[in-house]
Ligand binder design. Structure first.
Ligand code: ZN
Length: 368
């Protein structure tokens, strides 16, 4: 369970709400009701919904900017302090990454500017003295400060905030992508340490946020390192080979035997000439067994249209193909169409991790 529920679809983007948002809604409503009654609770819940709406508009800013560069966003998850727009890929060019990252905070600044102009025009801007005294502020004023806060918070130069991506992209204008990510991650971790120290003196929430930023920088660096390695590595080195193949005429019972007695979950199905005819997945086997019948053949339950890869393709490209096709594995074929092996995300990740460890070892080997 990933603690998010789908609340709607906008174009090609699924909108999901993280459950912490609902908890926040319940908590603000309940605590205001206990202290100040039903009307205050209604106001608190209404304002939380407005936060939700501003975060949503922020994310849509990213989505629209990414779409300009031909990058679809299949999913947005909304959290109380921001959202996560899950794009198919990140923009390649630093300039595009900057534009996509800035589009979100720009939306909040836009809303803030509109509210500010409206308040000036209607004379609704509060007296600085009133703010200092802590007098209750009008809804537009609170909304204005919320949007300024959202913009500034997201511009913090630390992953996974938008500011971290802008910083990486600015560095990538001069440096190779991986080096830029390393520097941006270090700067983000330094900032997180500073925030953490500040939090120890002031607020536990800040300590929590600092820990989150610190760990996120590490995760981003890990992902960028693996991506860098995937760009150079070939499928032939990262595939599972030899792999178990099932002949067309074998039964589902044979497939179960192979599933239970190997680490393989998906099986290329081949004809007598050794050519690929389909892919039998674990789900296919389970479905077939569920349907029963007199020992059905694997040909009945295999996927007939499966994307395939060549051994010389880069691991990065093959991983992209896996993601796009939604397949759990890709058969690797030679020029004559014969099955050489199986490319799976698990095998590829393991390969990249080992390669990373070996590289680190050879880099540090002489000093240690
Ligand atoms: Zn953002």
């Amino acid at each position: 369970m990933n603690w998010a529920i789908q609340i709607g679809i906008l174009g090609q983007t699924r909108l999901r709400l993280h459950l912490s948002f609902l908890l926040l809604l319940l908590w603000t409503g309940f605590s205001s009701w206990k202290e100040q009654g039903a009307l205050a609770a209604f106001h608190a819940v209404f304002f939380t919904c407005l936060i939700f709406f501003c975060v949503l508009l922020h994310e849509l800013g990213h989505v629209l900017a990414a779409r300009r560069y031909g990058i679809p966003t299949p999913q947005i998850t909304l959290l109380p302090f921001g959202g996560v727009a899950q794009m198919d890929r990140l923009p390649e060019k630093p300039g595009q990454e900057i534009a996509v990252a800035l589009a979100g905070p720009a939306v909040n600044l836009g809303i803030g500017a509109a509210l500010w102009a409206g308040l000036i025009f209607t004379g609704g801007m509060p007296d600085p003295a009133a703010i200092e005294l802590g007098l209750p502020l009008s809804l537009p004023v609170r909304l204005l400060s919320l949007n300024l806060w959202l913009a500034l918070f997201n511009l913090l130069p630390a992953f996974p905030m938008d500011g971290g991506r802008v910083l990486r992209a600015l560095l990538a204008l001069r440096l190779p992508h991986l080096r830029a990510t390393q520097m941006a991650a270090r700067i983000g971790q330094g900032l997180a340490l500073g925030l953490g120290l500040l939090g120890l003196l002031s607020s536990p929430l800040l300590v929590f946020l600092a820990a989150f930023l610190f760990l996120s920088a590490g995760a981003e660096l890990g992902a960028a390192t693996l991506q860098h390695l995937a760009r150079d590595a070939r499928v032939s080195a990262a595939m599972l080979a030899p792999c178990i193949r099932l002949p067309l005429e074998c039964t589902l019972q044979d497939a179960v035997e192979s599933l239970l007695h190997s680490a393989q979950n998906d099986f290329p199905v081949t004809d007598a000439g050794g050519h690929l005819r389909g892919l039998l997945t674990r789900e296919g086997i389970v479905c077939g067994l569920g349907e029963g019948g007199q020992n059905p053949l694997v040909a009945q339950w295999m996927r007939r249209t499966v994307p395939t890869v060549e051994p010389s393709m880069t691991v990065e490209k093959a991983l992209g193909l896996l993601r796009e096709s939604g397949s759990t594995a890709l058969p690797v074929l030679d020029e004559s169409g014969e099955v050489l092996g199986l490319f799976t995300p698990e095998n590829a990740t393991q390969f990249l991790r080992v390669r990373n460890a070996l590289q680190n070892h050879s880099k540090n080997g002489h000093t240690g």
